[in-house]
Ligand binder design. Structure first.
Ligand SMILES: [Mg+2]
Length: 255
């Protein structure tokens, strides 16, 4: 194996794996604990269709519960797209549940599903064709980390299902309770990566913009993938930011 000078930090949902359908169902089940009118394990298919379409607004899992709530209460797609953070805040204000409660309920709903019917849970995910194979090859040759707002356990199980065995200390998930920028800072300060180039790959433009604003991360190379949970508007905006490179699936991890 040749010595590498490149370290990769890669987001999971929307970059390697499309979990929008699973997230919508998990959101429905978690929300059923809060709003008893949400009967049964599956949301009506029309709600799920809208949820998948609106998935780009969600940054962290628990917000999926709030997105499903907005759909359920009949808020228009365009209003959700333009005002999602504000709508989340007012939903939380008028509910007796906090964001922390929703994080817990969402995690519990997903864990229960995994424990009761792992195959069904795995079936609701779709890995991006070509991308996951490129990722698997990089894992063999270079230091590769996953930075995600998902639970580490879910990521581990999903990667295992594709024969990818990333050591536990290479996955930074929601459980770590740190922001992606803090994890990146920590990694880039590690003595073993002294002088290495860091590549950070995301499908959410807002996350890349936040990282671009950190002076301590000015040397990290930033990439937006042109699939996953971003919109044509996001990609147009990204083109105007010189710091960000847009990758299609052929360019993915090709440095
Ligand atoms: Mg993502």
């Amino acid at each position: 194996m040749t010595y590498s000078h490149d370290v990769f930090a890669v987001d999971f949902d929307g970059v390697l794996c499309d979990s929008a359908a699973e997230t919508g169902v998990t959101a429905w089940r978690a929300g059923g604990q809060v709003w008893p009118a949400w009967h049964g394990p599956e949301p009506p298919s029309e709600y799920l269709r809208r949820f998948i379409n609106l998935r780009p607004v969600v940054e962290t899992g628990y917000q999926a519960v709030l997105l499903m709530r907005l759909i359920y209460t009949g808020v228009e797609d365009e209003t959700i797209e333009l005002q999602f953070p504000e709508l989340c805040t007012s939903l939380l204000d008028e509910s007796e549940y906090s964001a922390a409660d929703l994080v817990r309920l969402f995690s519990q709903a997903r864990d229960t599903w995994i424990d009761r019917d792992l195959d069904d849970w795995l079936d609701r995910h779709r890995f991006y064709v070509g991308v996951v194979e490129t990722f698997a090859a990089r894992v063999e040759s270079d230091p590769v980390f996953i930075l995600t707002t998902k639970q580490e356990r879910s990521v581990r199980i999903l990667l295992h299902s594709r024969g990818i065995h990333l050591p536990a200390d290479r996955i930074f998930g929601l459980d770590a309770g740190k922001s992606k920028e803090n994890v990146l800072e920590q990694l880039s300060r590690r003595p073993e990566f002294d002088g290495n180039r860091f590549h950070f790959v995301e499908d959410r433009l807002q996350t890349l913009i936040r990282i671009a604003g950190r002076s301590s991360l000015r040397d990290v190379l930033l990439y937006l993938v042109d699939w996953g949970y971003n919109t044509p508007r996001d990609r147009e905006k990204a083109k105007l930011i010189p710091r960000i490179t847009i990758w299609d699936s052929c360019a993915f991890l090709d440095v």
